[in-house]
Design a protein around this ligand. Structure first.
Ligand code: F0G
Length: 466
């Protein structure tokens, strides 16, 4: 069979990468207290920490950057972005924000003002949404389908909202305690799994029945639409642009980090159909981000987003993008590395618990694996296991609650690395597989336990258990 088409672009600018020597990498790890967040980017060869803000922009986007109208109010790029938001998503009102969590903060701080008994359901809240909701006194409830907890289940839409659980939740919770229902797509915290169009429609109908507005966390809207086109019955003949329009027609609004499918390095959006809410948030954005036509961004950034959200609908790009992630997953499976199935849109999620059974979850097998990936190959990944999601006792350093699965996320920046780069990473993991029974667990250093829990994941330092 013919191989899929290679990258649907050619390279115009390159950025040098350097692989430090083994001794240098070892020294970097010690200096960083075995935290990959503390390793300088220049000491990294292949950086798979995140797909957020790490995209390569196109010549069309860069050309638009030169046309930034850096006026304080009413810059032309604001109007370009307004048109793009209307064309791509069908939304009349929006506010720019400097990234996703700024849009979330704007929305949730307004929604939850002066209350502490509100509850917000979602398929799975992403950490920043959860952080914003909890910070403002709200409670988060995750109602994703159960299949997400089974790494080997290959169901096509493991990001879906569980409609039985949502109905029960609405029936049991007084209406005035539920200001909004969220739907994250793709479901990042749940392995980058998509949500089907049928599920968005059904969630929206259920929300309407109970009088609750549905908002989408839209960071990876185009990858989600591509999976719908590929996997959902009756959707294959439609364009991604049409599918996006339908998906968003079911929502009252959305928050979005443009650092993912906006194909930009910084930026975010808040969109709504509610004119009154928009007026309220305009007042907040003035205090927090800046004038409502630029919202914490330079006008050139607005132009890059306006072009990015159109450009990302290009199906040859989406076919390559999701194909590259899937190919990377296949390379890893060939080398004996266990993964969550099917591979997500933006990342592969390794099952570190299954890979390193000798390290109990309380000693952070995922962390051990990311340290070894850097040591062996200068590669940076992220732990999404008991260190990030578990509850570690401040006094004793004991792990009180554990994550459901000990994962390592290798997120693929958009249009940045070639398949050869990813094959290199797969080879490093293949080499690690040969000596994986020698890997040891980690614990937080005493000083790391003094860091507030919400920040620990970023700031903690570790020691290897001998
Ligand atoms: N929602 C989702 C689903 C996300 O994945 C992110 C960011 C945000 C909201 C917040 O956006 O970073 O622009 O403020 N995810 C990044 C990641 C950090 O690595 O997955 P932001």
């Amino acid at each position: 069979m013919r191989k899929p088409l290679p990258e649907p672009w050619r390279v115009k600018v390159v950025e040098k990468l350097e692989l430090l020597s083994r001794e240098q990498r070892e020294r970097v790890l010690v200096e960083a207290g075995y935290s990959l967040f503390a390793v300088p980017s220049e000491a990294i060869y292949i950086d798979l920490l995140t797909d957020s803000g790490t995209s390569a922009m196109s010549d069309w986007q860069w050309a638009g950057m030169m046309q930034g109208d850096e006026a304080y109010a009413g810059a032309r790029n604001y109007f370009h972005l307004k048109e793009a938001v209307e064309d791509v998503f069908g939304f009349p009102y929006f506010l720019p924000a400097h990234q996703g969590r700024a849009a979330e903060s704007l929305f949730f701080s307004w929604l939850l003002r002066g209350s502490n008994d509100k509850v917000i359901p979602s398929n799975t809240h992403f950490d920043t949404a959860r952080g914003n909701i909890e910070f403002h006194g709200g409670t988060c409830v995750d109602l994703v389908v159960d299949d997400i907890r089974d790494p080997s289940s290959t169901l096509p839409f493991k990001g879906n909202m569980d409609l039985v659980k949502l109905r029960r939740f609405f029936e049991e919770t007084p209406r005035e305690r539920v200001p909004v229902c969220m739907l994250t797509m793709t479901n990042n915290a749940g392995g980058g799994q998509p949500v089907s169009v049928a599920n968005v429609k059904a969630t929206s109908e259920l929300c309407k029945e109970f009088g609750i507005p549905l908002y989408i966390d839209a960071c990876r809207f185009a990858e989600n639409a591509w999976f719908i086109k590929q996997r959902e019955e009756g959707q294959g003949h439609r364009s991604v642009a049409e599918i996006v329009r339908e998906v968003f027609s079911y929502a009252e609004g959305f928050t979005m980090s443009a650092k993912k499918d906006g194909l930009v390095n910084i930026g975010g959006l808040f969109c709504t159909r509610d004119a009154e809410l928009l007026e309220q948030l305009k007042q907040r954005i003035l205090i927090a981000e800046g004038f409502p036509t630029y919202g914490g961004l330079a006008s050139r950034d607005l132009e890059a987003i306006a072009r990015g959200i159109r450009e990302v609908l290009d199906e040859s790009y989406l076919a390559f993008r999701t194909g590259q992630v899937a190919l990377f997953g296949e390379m890893l499976i060939e080398r004996g590395v266990p993964l969550l199935q099917p591979t997500g849109g933006h990342a592969v999620y390794l099952d570190a618990g299954a890979f390193l059974p000798q390290i109990p979850p309380r000693l952070m097998p995922g962390h051990s694996l990311i340290v070894e990936l850097y040591r062996q190959g200068g590669v940076r990944g992220a732990e999404i296991g008991s260190h990030m999601l578990g509850d570690i006792d401040d006094e004793t350093g004991q792990m009180n609650t554990l994550a459901a699965i000990e994962m390592v996320r290798l997120a693929i920046p958009r249009r940045v690395y070639t398949n050869d780069h990813l094959e290199y990473v797969a080879d490093i993991l293949g080499e690690i597989a040969q000596h994986k029974d020698q890997l040891k667990g980690y614990r937080l250093t005493d000083r790391a336990r003094a860091i507030p829990k919400s920040m620990r994941h970023f700031l903690a330092r570790f020691e290897e258990i001998q």
